[in-house]
Design a protein around this ligand. Sequence first.
Ligand code: GDP
Ligand code: GDP
Length: 442
Amino acid sequence: MKPLVAIVGRPNVGKSTLFNRLIGRRLALVEDQPGVTRDRHYADAVWGGRSFTFIDTGGFVPGEKDSLLQQVREQAQLAVEECDVIVFVVDGRDGVTPADVAVASYLRKSGKPVIVAANKLDNTTGTMQALAADFYKLGLGEVHALSAEHNLGVNGLFDEVVEKLPPKEEGEDDTAPPDDGIIRVAIIGRPNVGKSTLVNAILKEKRVVASDVPGTTRDPIDSPLEYKGKKLLLTDTAGIRRKKTIAHQVEKYSVIAALKVMERSDVAVLLMDATEPAVDQDAKLAGLAEERGRALVIVVNKWDLVDQDQRRQEAYRESLKHALKFVGYAPILFTSALTGSKVEKVVDVAVELAEQFRFRAPTPQLNRLLEHMVDNHPAPIARGKPLRLYYITQVAAAPPTFALTCNYPEGVPDMYKRYITNQLRKTFDLRVPIRLVFKERP
Ligand code: GDP
Ligand code: GDP
């Protein structure tokens, strides 16, 4: 699992601005996917030979109900419990505020490495440096002057983060889950949608305790099983050990649990509750699977509580497809974990998707397809130049990633990318995320 780096700080200090800078850098390395939800609070980074994930903990805090201080405290708590390094963002021009002091004392007690990022220091004159120095009073060690808006000091911040990361674990840089013949399936979803019940139903034995109390202290549980001659490992993200869980915090823990477990999974099974319409959190989890490039099965559970009507099911499917457009390739199933209805189907589909996830296309067939695509639907003119696509190869599996050589990589419109993606899906029957990389002909 990649180390997690948390960004904390009170509102308006520039966390989102900093975060967008970090995403900007990530996108320089990894091709962005059209249509993915914009509302993202985590970003992968590769720097100094390490890969790690930034989390904007501010993005998880609902806000309105709580006082400012309480909000920031909760973020800090989340950061301390879940993350390896904490970037504490403060407003360099405001100087030290009482909220900063409160959070600092909490962070100090945690013993986790903290970097104080004094933001909004837009030029490097002596006065700005003096402003930054004020924050040494917080007693957290290194203070780093920064201007997220003007992109000053961001590289230096990366360097410091890398320096404070825990030692590298073997295989840490692998962006794909291990290819050892075991199909790893992450069961994700909001609290109480029936994850543990589903795992139970699959295992057909009561090894996992289902509970009515959302977010009670249960650990993510790995269940190995053999199914139709295949080895599977199911991971139930239902529980992360929490001592004092505040009710509304449970939701964001399900996001972080999903993030952690998905990293090493081939397939994510996203459970939803049929009696509640798709909510933001469901979309967030689906977006997470798409961003991580993991195969996804959407499971509408508790279908026993809904009228068992075929038309109703189709209507539900359509509205879900609309709400989760950006994962339109993901199969949707309707289950009752409680009665066991369609539970086996979930496993069948997961196994099928795991195979597609590791699919490799023969290069000659790919290039015939490319010819066919360009003939049927010529590439558009991009900034005055006709776009030319020369050849295509598959450069990676898990998820399938294709490189296209062309005359003008930056000029490929999103619509044309979607066209290519859809053709690849159709031709090879891929209901998993697909990545495209455009390269200039050398
Ligand atoms: P968040 O609430 O902590 O996520 O803060 P935002 O990223 O939304 O930023 C709050 C305001 O501060 C916005 O108006 C930003 O444009 C501004 N801001 C962020 N970073 C800087 C910076 O480095 N310099 C200056 N002058 N303004 C900044
Ligand atoms: P988790 O928090 O996602 O792991 O959810 P649990 O598996 O603990 O289930 C929460 C509650 O929903 C329990 O009371 C389950 O018995 C109930 N439940 C789970 N699946 C179903 C289902 O398919 N139908 C019905 N009616 N109840 C279910």
